[in-house]
Design a protein. Structure first.
Length: 469
C-alpha cells in the first residue's frame, strides 16, 4: 500500500514538475478537472509544444510598427488588454507566423465601435469559415457598453475579455440616453436577453491594471508589502469622484458606511465603523496605500460587472471581496475563487463588518499569494511564463478544440428560455440560433430572436440603441 501511494505521489510530482512554476504554485486551488487538463497540456511532448498562435494584422492595415506594449497602449492601462496580449504572444514561444489559430491585432477602444464589425466582415471574406480570437478591452466585449449585443456575428468567434459574465444569474443592461450619453439609468428592457459572454467560447481575464505598476518590471519591494498580512483596516472602498446612476451598489456602500458622504456628515450621531476605510472618494496616493493596509478590498461593479479594482487588490495582496452579481471572475473555470476571495451579495452590505470578519483572512491571504502571479501581467522584458500568459494560452487551447460550425448570417447565442417570465432576469440560459444581417460599414445590425426582429445601431462611440422593428 505504501509503495502504491509512493508511486502515485511520484507520478503526480512528475506531472506537476512539467508545469510552469507560476502554475505549480497555484495547483492546490485549481478545479480537479482543470488540473488534469493542465497536466496533460504541459506534459513533455504534450499539446503545449505544438499549440501555436499567429497574430492576424489584416484589420490594422499591416503589422504594428513595433510589438512594444508601451507604444501600443493609447489610453489608460485598464484598456490595454487588446494591445498587451498581441504584443506578449508575438514575443512568446507560442507564436508562429503560419499557425492555424489566430489572434486579431485590433484596438477597438481607440476608435468607433463599428470597427469591430467591419473587422469581422473583412476577416470572414478573407478566411471563409475560420474562427478568430479577439482581445477586446471594452466594457462588455462583443456587446455595446450597455450590454446590448451589437453584432451576432461576433458570437461565432472567441473573445479574450476582462468582462466575464455568468452563464446564469442577473442580466445587466444599461439604457442609452441622449442627455447623459452612456451613463443612463439601469434598465432591463433595452435589448433581447442574449449574453455578451459565452464561457464555452470565451476567456475572462484579469484587467491589466495596478496603480501605474504596468510600466515597470515587477517591483520586489511592492511584492514584499503585498505578502505582509499585518493590516490595520478590515476593508477599503471608494465609490469614486464620478458617480453616475449605474453605481447603485457602490452608492449603497457609501450611504451606509462612508463618513464623508454628505447625508452622514449632517447626522452628528452617525459614527460609521472604525475598521472600515470606506469613503465617497480617496486620492490616488491615499487609495494606493490603503490597498496595502487593508485585509479585504471591496471590488464592486459600476457601469459594467468588471472593474480594474480587482487587479489592484490582487496586486497589493489584499483579499478581494467581490460585490458584482453578474461577474464571472477571471479564469473561473480553472481557479477556485472561494479559496482566496470573498463573494458578497447585495444583502451583505448592511452587515458588512460581521460578514467579512466571519472569514478566515489568514487562509485566504496565504492562498491569494499562491495564485497572485496568475492574475497579473508583466508588460515588458522577456516572456518567462511567470504571469497570466501560460494560463491564457491553455484556455485558448481548451476552447480551440471545440470549434463551432457556423453559416453566414447565423450565430448561436445564450438566451433566456422561451418560458422564462419576462420580469425574471436571474435565470439559466440555453443555446439559441439567431439570424442576422449587418451593414457593411458596421454601424448597425438587424437580427431575429424567437420571431421578434431587433435593430441595434451604434449611436455614439460607446453606446448602442436597440429597438424592436
Amino acid at each position: 500500500m505504501r509503495l502504491r501511494a509512493a508511486v502515485a505521489l511520484g507520478c503526480l510530482l512528475t506531472a506537476r514538475g512539467q508545469l510552469p512554476q507560476v502554475l505549480e504554485e497555484a495547483m492546490d486551488h485549481v478545479h480537479p478537472r482543470a488540473r488534469a487538463e493542465l497536466e496533460t497540456f504541459f506534459a513533455p511532448g504534450g499539446p503545449h509544444a505544438s499549440f501555436k498562435v499567429r497574430v492576424e494584422e489584416g484589420c490594422i492595415g499591416g503589422a504594428f510598427p513595433v510589438y512594444d506594449w508601451k507604444k501600443l497602449v493609447p489610453v489608460d492601462a485598464k484598456w490595454g488588454l487588446e494591445s498587451l496580449i498581441a504584443a506578449r504572444l508575438h514575443q512568446s514561444k507560442w507564436f508562429a507566423a503560419d499557425a492555424d489559430n489566430a489572434l486579431v491585432a485590433f484596438r477597438p477602444h481607440t476608435g468607433e465601435r463599428s470597427l469591430l464589425t467591419k473587422c469581422r466582415l473583412k476577416l470572414e471574406r478573407d478566411f471563409p469559415g475560420k474562427q478568430f480570437w479577439f482581445a477586446a478591452a471594452t466594457d462588455r466585449g462583443r456587446c455595446c457598453d450597455g450590454g446590448q449585443l451589437r453584432d451576432p456575428g461576433l458570437l461565432n468567434h472567441h473573445f479574450l475579455v476582462t468582462s466575464g459574465e455568468r452563464r446564469r444569474g442577473a442580466w445587466l443592461f444599461r439604457e442609452h440616453n441622449t442627455k447623459h450619453a452612456w451613463r443612463a439609468p439601469a434598465t432591463r428592457d433595452t435589448a433581447p436577453r442574449l449574453r455578451c459572454f459565452d464561457p464555452s467560447m470565451d476567456v475572462a481575464l484579469p484587467p491589466p491594471a495596478f496603480v501605474r505598476g504596468l510600466y515597470r518590471k515587477r517591483d520586489i519591494t511592492r511584492d514584499l508589502r503585498a505578502a505582509n498580512a499585518t493590516r490595520r483596516f478590515l476593508a477599503v472602498h471608494a465609490e469614486g469622484g464620478v458617480a453616475p446612476p449605474e453605481y447603485d451598489l457602490r452608492r449603497a456602500l457609501t450611504e451606509r458606511w462612508a463618513p464623508d458622504w454628505w447625508a452622514n456628515a449632517r447626522n452628528r450621531s452617525w459614527a460609521g465603523h472604525p475598521d472600515l476605510l470606506i469613503r465617497k472618494a480617496l486620492g490616488r496616493a491615499e487609495h494606493g496605500e490603503a490597498l496595502f493596509a487593508s485585509k479585504y478590498c471591496l471590488v464592486v461593479e459600476g457601469y459594467a460587472p468588471w472593474t480594474p479594482r480587482l487587479s489592484e487588490a490582487v496586486g497589493a495582496g489584499c483579499v478581494p471581496a467581490i460585490l458584482s452579481p453578474a461577474l464571472l471572475p477571471p479564469f473561473a473555470g480553472v481557479l477556485r475563487w472561494r479559496d482566496f476571495a470573498v463573494l458578497l451579495r447585495p444583502a451583505d452590505i448592511g452587515n458588512l463588518p460581521a460578514v467579512l470578519a466571519s472569514h478566515d483572512h489568514a487562509r485566504l491571504h496565504a492562498n491569494l499569494l499562491k495564485v497572485r502571479r496568475l492574475l497579473s501581467f508583466i508588460a515588458t522584458g522577456p516572456v518567462n511564463d511567470d504571469d497570466a500568459l501560460p494560463l491564457i494560452v491553455f484556455e485558448m487551447w481548451r476552447r480551440s478544440r471545440r470549434r463551432r460550425e457556423f453559416l453566414e448570417g447565423t450565430a448561436t447565442a445564450l438566451a433566456a428560455p422561451a418560458a422564462a417570465p419576462a420580469g425574471v432576469h436571474s435565470t439559466a440560459t440555453e443555446p439559441l440560433k439567431v439570424a442576422f444581417a449587418c451593414e457593411a460599414d458596421g454601424t448597425s445590425c438587424a437580427y431575429a430572436v424567437r420571431g421578434a426582429r431587433w435593430n441595434c445601431s451604434r449611436r455614439t462611440k460607446m453606446a448602442c440603441g436597440c429597438a424592436k422593428e
